[in-house]
Write a protein that binds this ligand. Structure first.
Ligand code: COA
Length: 264
């Protein structure tokens, strides 16, 4: 894998799982321009595994933070002069993650603040260790979260919680986030790695073209009207009916065995 200044990339070809680790632990993995560029490049590099594959090689991407203190403490405060607050100068990364063909899992262990929280909101799944803390401290700087956190939390949990997080700037425990369905689950610290690993392994075994279509469908449901969304789903259903993976899924069901999907 490529050599990046601010991220580590790991590729598990057996499961088709790529891991991108935000790697500025001394700055609690704060997001500066370099790390945003590196995450994007690392994910593109992972996606390139599909080019030589017979089907879909990259099944799931995990994003996590290096060290044991933070997923990410948000935009790099030292770098605000380059307009990096939460990605307002670069919505590219957040949109790229949201539209990335494979599901992306945010593995949150520690502070998940500001633009870091927004990066997790761009992911498809958010899991947290119980010692994680969530917050949108931009208000303390006279700003607002620049990459849509208030919009997304409002859609996930309603305006009450979105305003509470963003207007107080306080740190919230993960249980509060999972109760409101802003994140998917919280695990005791000592179970966290295994629990996420198990989820990721299962997800990586699902039919990749189905996952891709489901991701598009869910994204569409947040952006467009019901009629347009249902039309999309209908079209995708017909497309998936003609895939080899559907044949494999049906055969595996009839033969009472686990399917082996190829993504074609
Ligand atoms: N940008 C740049 N550097 C950051 C950072 C950020 N968002 N968050 C933390 N760091 C750096 C600190 O400057 C410190 O660096 P130093 O050791 O060179 O002094 C290091 O990370 C550790 O942080 P520190 O503040 O000493 O740890 P703490 O345990 O006392 O507090 C936080 C942790 C997360 C509560 C605190 O760092 C914080 O509030 N960070 C800013 C969060 C923020 O406002 N993010 C959104 C910006 S829009």
């Amino acid at each position: 894998m490529g050599d990046y200044e601010t991220v580590q990339v790991d590729w598990d070809g057996d499961r088709g799982v790529g891991t991108v680790t935000l790697d500025r632990p001394d700055a609690l993995n704060a997001l500066n321009d370099q790390i945003r560029t590196d995450v994007l490049a690392a994910m593109q590099e992972l996606e390139a595994h599909n080019e030589d594959a017979d089907g879909v090689a990259l099944r799931v991407v995990v994003i996590e933070g290096a060290g044991n203190r933070a997923f990410s403490a948000g935009a790099d405060i030292g770098g605000f002069s380059d307009e990096s607050a939460g990605g307002s100068s670069d919505p590219g990364l957040y949109q790229f993650v949201r539209e990335f063909p494979a599901p992306v899992v945010a593995k949150i262990d520690g502070y998940c603040l500001g633009g870091g929280f927004e990066l997790s909101l761009a992911c498809d799944f958010r899991f947290a260790s119980e010692s994680s803390r969530f917050g949108l401290p931009e208000v303390d700087l006279g700003l607002l979260p620049g990459a849509g956190a208030v919009q997304y939390i409002t859609k996930l949990a309603g305006p009450g919680l979105a305003k509470e997080i963003a207007m107080t700037g306080e740190h919230f425990p993960p249980e509060r986030m999972s109760d409101a369905e802003v994140i998917h689950d919280v695990y005791p610290d000592h179970e966290f790695d295994d629990a996420v690993e198990e989820f990721v392994t299962d997800l990586a075994g699902q039919a990749p073209l189905s996952l891709q279509a489901l991701k598009e469908s869910a994204e569409m449901a947040t952006q467009t009207g019901l009629r347009e969304g249902i039309a999309h789903d209908r079209t995708m259903f017909e497309t998936l009916l003609s895939t080899e993976d559907f044949e494999e899924g049906a055969a595996a069901f009839n033969e009472d065995r686990e399917p082996e999907f190829q993504g074609k």
